[in-house]
Design a protein around this ligand. Sequence first.
Ligand code: B12
Length: 302
Amino acid sequence: VNKTYSPKQVARAIGVSESSLKRWCDQGLIHTVRTAGGHRRLMLPDVLEFIKSQGRDLVEPEVIGLPALTRAGVRTLERARQDLINALVAGNETASRQIVFDLIFAEHRLCDICDEVIGDAFHEVGDLWDCGTVEVYQERRACEIIVRVMLELRQFYRDPSTRAPLAVGAAPAGDPYTLPTTMAELVLRENGWRAVSLGSNLPFNTLAAAVRDQHPQLFWLSVSSIDNEDEFVTGFNEFVEQARQMGTAVLIGGRALTEPIRKRLNFTSFCDRMRNLEEFAQTYRRGASPSPSELSAKDNEN
Ligand code: B12
């Protein structure tokens, strides 16, 4: 459930008087809920929508639980990626959070932040590790930091209604990578889905149980690492068969899914970037899914 804030807190956060803020609430400019006692309360996604639509700034974001802004000016995605690499390697969680939140406030799409800033920063961290410049602990710490930051980003999006389409996803057995499935969850949530990531390293039989129990409209599988290709292909195709019987579409993505492997898999759709997932999330409706070729803009280059 989204946390709520008082008009006084929100007024301070955006640097206006409490009376102005209450007036805007009453004029319906900002969505407001009332407590049992009749007090106005505001939810963060509504506050953010108001700020965007009215072109306001956050003066003291800390008051509503957001990180202090860096005042670094508007960052380009390119600049942010470089800053994020430095912050992550240094283990600077505060700076990492600020960089990501600044981009959200600058109204960059979450999917682009995932693809072009966070994802690409980790590709670079991997290269630095590969050439011995970065220690394993620094790489691991960077993952821990970014997962925490991504979980914090959840507060920006309204809790999806129980009528919103349900999507469940995971990474398969032998795949320890947590970032991509966490990203997929967030991107789907931003696009109004009830998305739940089950985590990584999960065998197909338990994924099938999740589909049976939850009846999601969509299941995403993020595949970054495959132990045994033949076993993976067999397990996956059996899983898809079971999912289809439940009316669940299966979408796949991840850098391990090279074209030769994809040819052996009976998936519904393939997306190679979070940007494609967003397009899918916006167009897909039960019975009217776009064809895989519309989504796989290009092969994964990692
Ligand atoms: C962190 C990390 C780890 C961590 C992960 C921890 C965690 N909690 O996730 C751990 C410690 C597990 C790990 C282990 C290993 N790693 Co590692 N790791 C990385 C690193 C630095 C980052 C991975 C990551 O999260 N990237 C960020 C994600 C978001 O990027 P992405 O996977 O490309 O995803 C994007 C797209 O593919 C797409 N996408 C992905 N999934 C999905 C799903 C859907 C539905 C959609 C729509 C899109 C989508 O969207 C994403 C955003 O654009 C990478 C470097 C790299 N190039 O990524 C190395 C890297 C992948 N690892 C590597 C290696 C060698 C290993 C080990 C073998 C090391 C070892 N000796 O033990 C093991 C192997 C483990 C295994 N079973 O595979 C090599 C792989 C080399 C190769 N060619 O195979 C890399 C490339 C590092 C390097 N430069 O050498 N690693």
